[in-house]
Design a protein around this ligand. Structure first.
Ligand SMILES: Cc1cc2nc3c(=O)[nH]c(=O)nc-3n(C[C@H](O)[C@H](O)[C@H](O)COP(=O)(O)O)c2cc1C
Length: 322
């Protein structure tokens, strides 16, 4: 018995598990490993470093993967979309911005257009603009996001748009329990970032992987501190969930001062990130980090998640008593 959904059909994949396009973390090797395990890997095009993207597209080899971009950042380098489309990705994944202007190019390429949203209103807009799959991302997620929680957001998005457009659940899903629950909410797949952050193939710094494995969901926080420190000009409606560390403890609540010292802090932060100093550099994971307890292969993570969900779904009748 295997789990079949609208998303496994559309993307022609074996398992309804999608790798989130994590900037700087989800490279070609990780995306390929997830796809080769029967899920769907998406390279994190992130802030659009051209050389990085070209290298990681090559590293994916012949695996059928997708490419993700951060909308507002892509707007300043739209030529990166051409670079991605030249590699004939199976899907294009866009978050955090509008994508209307890219739609005809993506359509012409034959790639499936996946759009990640944080509210029901954004989901309706995404469908009106031509999204073929909508990812409903709850605030539990690692990385950038907004305020609504996955559990009520997913069914609300399904009810609003779920007729013909499949919905994928994201945010706090890091094992088969989350996958089974997401399917019950009406989702057709899950998108996981945190679950793969410490995986062997991830490009995260080894110290960051260690911190994630030791990390706790209780100890994550949303803030704009690390965006200021990285010099990333994020629109105010989205902020970043990370593990708390000495740096976030120092600056949360004092971001005006951080902003005033931005020039020197950017240098200090970049050095810390390169060295893997996790007292300063962000470990970008979500509340699901409680379920990340080792650095495993992506294949093992996909397989365990799917088997666990299948077992749970198979046993669900046990809840029903005459
Ligand atoms: C390290 C990291 C980097 C991320 N970078 C991006 C990104 O560049 N673009 C994007 O659309 N989403 C990004 N996200 C968010 C994911 O797309 C996804 O919504 C999230 O990982 C799902 O929640 P989870 O982390 O609980 O699995 C990132 C998430 C993480 C953990």
């Amino acid at each position: 018995m295997t789990i079949r959904t609208a998303v496994t059909e559309m993307l022609d994949i074996e398992h309804p598990v999608l790798l989130a396009p994590m900037a700087g973390v989800a490279g070609g090797a990780l995306a390929a490993a997830v796809s080769n395990a029967g899920g769907f890997g998406i390279i994190g095009g992130g802030y659009g470093e051209r050389d990085w993207l070209a290298r990681e597209l090559a590293a994916a080899g012949n695996a059928r993967v997708g490419v993700g971009f951060i909308g507002w950042s892509l707007d300043s380098q739209p030529e990166l979309l051409d670079l991605a489309l030249d590699h004939a990705p199976r899907a294009l994944f866009l978050s955090f911005g509008s994508f209307r202007q890219y739609r005809s190019k993506i359509d012409a390429s034959g790639a499936t257009l996946i759009v990640q949203v944080q509210t029901v209103a954004q989901a309706l807009e995404a469908v009106a603009d031509g999204a073929e799959i909508v990812v409903a991302q709850g605030t539990e997620a690692g990385g950038h996001g907004s305020q609504r929680a996955t559990l009520p957001l997913v069914p609300a998005v399904v009810d609003a748009i779920g007729g013909n457009i499949p919905v994928v659940a994201a945010g706090g899903i890091a094992d088969g329990r989350g996958l089974a629950a997401a399917l019950m909410l009406g989702a057709s797949a899950v998108l996981c970032g945190t679950a793969f952050f410490a995986s062997r193939e991830a490009l995260s710094h080894p110290n960051a992987k260690k911190a994630a494995v030791a990390g706790a969901g209780d100890n994550t926080v949303r803030s704009s501190v690390f965006d200021i420190a990285r010099g990333k000009d994020w629109p105010a409606q989205w902020n970043l969930r990370t593990l708390r560390n000495a740096y976030s403890d120092r600056w949360i609540g004092d971001t005006d001062t951080l902003q005033q010292n931005a020039a020197q802090e950017e240098v200090r932060y970049a050095e810390a990130a390169a060295e893997g100093d996790t007292d300063i550099a962000a470990v970008i994971v979500g509340e699901g980090v409680d379920m990340v307890r080792g650095s495993e292969s992506a294949e093992k993570i996909v397989n365990r998640t799917v088997r666990q969900a299948e077992d749970l779904l198979g046993g669900a009748k046990a809840f029903l008593k005459p």
